[in-house]
Design a protein around this ligand. Structure first.
Ligand SMILES: C[S@@+](CC[C@H](N)C(=O)[O-])C[C@H]1O[C@@H](n2cnc3c(N)ncnc32)[C@H](O)[C@@H]1O
Length: 454
């Protein structure tokens, strides 16, 4: 095994991802603390996530300079080449010559390969992006797939729906580094006071524009080590996810049902908005994840959440028409968060996508049955696929005329700018897109149960 410098650890982890099919984020979490310098920890994370995200493009560029197939090389040598090429092509702060020298050093663990690594990476440096690409006009899917490192089946879906320009814009944004957002725990501190506190802890902070609790942070080491984090003054949550609880709009004292709730990001936000008064039944089908809800609630000083083990298609123990507010944050394809989850794009298959809507619909229908007369139902996903979003909502509306859409224009904590967003919001729906809104891809729909006889 290669020595554990930052680059050495990145090679070892990427090899394990490839050979064992291990999850990169879990491997990073487990191993990274062995590096004592926080800059090394950040660098390993950058290399591992960067190589996973850009793997298709990196392999395409490397293959142009290799005389043998990548598959004939040992896994570790492939990882060394990818890490080298990633630094040369994507990381401005590493001089290309340093990237090559460090890669050759790593390759010395594999006696036949330092020469090959040196020659190939020198060519990557010389040629840069100036290599023959597939033709955008003739082979748009292939071009976008290798140029932006996305699976071709996914590009084909998007091209059919949005055309080349919009698909390219989306792919570009998916490859940008994800920003870190946190949510102020307003039960303990105001956003302004938290901002000051974080600045005093050496962190760069910017106020978010979409919701009143969000802050964008930069230049932090390990968040868990900050006193403000340990005191439960905030939790990490993307800004678009923070919108959901505001759209649910629960009031103190109400009964709230969160059908798919682990690890508790939205349940705890709902509790904040309820001033920790009332009752939240938080279901999830994975028992081990329910513990996370309890841990997060305790840390944030929240006592009104009752984690419940159960399938949201059944919701055992929840009476019909008993809840003031119901949130249905369904399991989904996650294709709105490709920027944030480096290897997610390679874990998905089209067949899996096609199977999701029937599960989502079954959950939504059972959840809807729990909404009181006059109560509201919010459906949310972190995807941009219409089958899981608009089309599913349309089917629900046809099957359930007892639910009317709730106009979101007034309900959102920020002002919509684009006409098409406003039109959708009037019909109770909002689709955020990474390339148009700068957020994760996120979908929301809100309905109210009405009594048709009245
Ligand atoms: C999008 S995540 C929920 C995130 C959560 N609302 C939050 O904000 O932290 C979807 C959750 O649904 C759960 N899940 C999947 N199938 C389910 C089912 N049939 N019934 C209940 N929960 C389910 C998963 O375990 C996962 O935790």
């Amino acid at each position: 095994m290669i020595k554990e410098t930052a680059r050495g650890m990145a090679v070892n982890l990427l090899t394990r991802v490839e050979v064992e099919g291990a999850y990169a984020n879990l491997l990073l979490q487990k191993n990274i603390s062995r590096l004592t310098d926080s800059r090394d920890r950040q660098f390993v994370t950058l290399l591992v996530n960067g190589v996973l995200k850009h793997r298709l493009t990196l392999d395409y560029a490397l293959r142009k300079h290799l005389s043998k197939p990548m598959s004939s090389l040992p896994h570790e040598v492939r990882a060394i080449l990818r890490i080298g090429a990633f630094q040369i092509l994507y990381v401005d702060k590493v001089p290309p010559a340093a990237a090559i020298n460090e890669s050759v050093e790593l390759a010395k663990n594999y006696p036949k390969f330092p020469g090959l690594v040196n020659v190939v990476l020198r060519k990557v440096m010389e040629k840069g992006w100036d290599i023959p690409w597939p033709d955008l006009k003739r082979e748009p899917a292939r071009y976008l797939s290798v140029r932006y490192s996305h699976p071709e089946w996914l590009i084909l879906r998007w091209l059919k729906r949005w055309g080349a320009q919009e698909t390219e814009a989306l792919c570009k944004v998916n490859n940008e580094p994800a920003q870190t957002w946190i949510r102020t725990n307003t039960l303990k501190i105001s956003r302004e006071a938290l901002k000051e506190r974080l600045i005093s802890e050496g962190i760069s902070v910017e106020l978010g524009l979409l919701v009143p609790e969000s802050l964008k942070i930069q230049d932090f080491g390990a968040l868990e080590q900050l006193a403000s984090f340990q005191e439960g003054l905030f939790t990490v949550q993307d800004e678009s996810s923070q919108l959901v609880a505001h759209v649910v709009d629960p009031k103190p004292g109400q009964s709230v049902l969160d059908t798919c709730s682990a690890p508790g990001g939205k349940s705890t936000h709902l509790a904040q908005l309820m001033q920790n008064k009332g009752e939240i039944q938080a279901f999830d089908i994975h028992n081990h994840k329910l513990e996370l809800i309890g841990q997060l609630a305790t840390k944030l000083g929240i006592t009104i959440i009752q984690p419940q083990f159960g399938d949201a298609r059944d919701l055992p123990g929840i009476r019909l028409e008993s809840q003031d507010r119901v949130l249905v944050d369904v399991p989904c394809s996650g294709l709105g968060v490709l920027r944030r989850r480096a290897d997610l794009r390679w874990q998905k298959e089209e067949q899996g996508l096609l199977e999701l809507p029937s599960l989502q619909f079954a959950i939504l229908e059972r959840a809807a049955s729990c909404v009181k007369d006059g109560g509201t139902l919010v459906y949310s996903t972190c995807t941009i696929e219409p089958e899981e979003n608009f089309e599913l909502v349309k089917k629900f509306r046809i099957a359930h005329p007892e639910f009317e859409p709730v106009n979101l224009v007034e309900d959102l904590p920020f002002k919509l700018e684009e006409k098409r967003d406003i039109q959708q919001a009037y019909k109770g729906m909002l689709q955020l897109m990474p390339h148009r809104h700068g957020t994760d891809g996120f979908f929301l729909a809100k309905f109210r149960r009405t009594n048709p006889q009245e």
